[in-house]
Ligand binder design. Sequence first.
Ligand code: PLP
Length: 355
Amino acid sequence: MKKHNFYAGPAILPEEVKRRTSESLLEFAGMGLSVMEISHRSEQWVECMNNAFSLVEELLDIPKGYKVMFLTGGASSQFYMSAMNLLNESEVAGYINTGTWSAKSIKEAQLFGTVKEIGTSKNKNYSYVPRELDSDDVKYVHYTSNNTVFGTQFKELPNVDVPLIADMSSDIFSKNVDIKRHNLIYCGAQKNMGPAGVTLVIVKESALGQVKREIPTILDYRTHIDKGSMFNTPPVLPIYISMLTMQWVKDNGGVNAMKVRNEAKAHLLYSEIDRNDLFKGFVAEKDRSTMNACFGLLDDSKKDIFLEMSKEAGIVGINGHRSVGGFRASMYNAMEIESVEVLVNVMKEFSEKYG
Ligand SMILES: *Cc1c(COP(=O)(O)O)cnc(C)c1O
């Protein structure tokens, strides 16, 4: 039976990407070897790597003065690496706390300078995006563009007049981004870009080289910029699969087309959540994420019944995060609207039976 993959991450990949990956696992670029077996210095791999860089630049319309890197350690490593490279001990960084991931980024940044929480939605279990921000005297403002756990998303950039740093792990390539307002953007690949194992980092080069501390070579962004992300052996397979996924985004109209697709899917699901008397959304309407919809039943005792009906329809991965409860439906780029239709039909069927 066809599966409808609503997992939050690692998450759905396009069929075409999985097919091409499986071919390259056996035979890559006519070399008679697997993509996993070749030297990362080979001409064929270098071409792949260059393709991956070009696709990021093209899809996100990266302006001059910005550098793209493929690193390891996940978005979690960027929580400390960003502050280590961009914040002096004596300086203050502004952080917007929208839950789990931003809280973790705050904890790590505190090791390198002073963190000022300039906005938080903690008072309502992170169910909205804070808008009253006081960015006086901060060097930059860090925000999590899409809150994978709580299902909120910044629909506009934070209203501050200092450079931004963004964790875009769960909505990169889902829409256009004004790169110029940012000094740094990072994301773990395994939500909307590829499989786990590679982290995309985009940095404004002129923001680097301004901290006084010694930075270990491999943790210094400048090392990876100089070496084209091949200072040490790069995660070849995750980069390759991410490259194919970006190519798929491009072939399907680029990020603007993804945005239209994603909004259509989100509209379909949220409309049913609002229409259906048995369900409720957890997030303030204007801050609802197009990527992760968090919702629940008014009568939580029927949760298992709904999960069982979903399972029978081929739906996987909609159990909510333990800190939120209810359900979470992740609808990343690769998800077809048909899968959301299947979920909505189960919700309708459920309300006919139990409403
Ligand atoms: C998943 C996620 C992370 C953690 O990513 P890792 O690659 O596992 O370190 C960080 N931030 C956001 C917004 C996420 O969704």
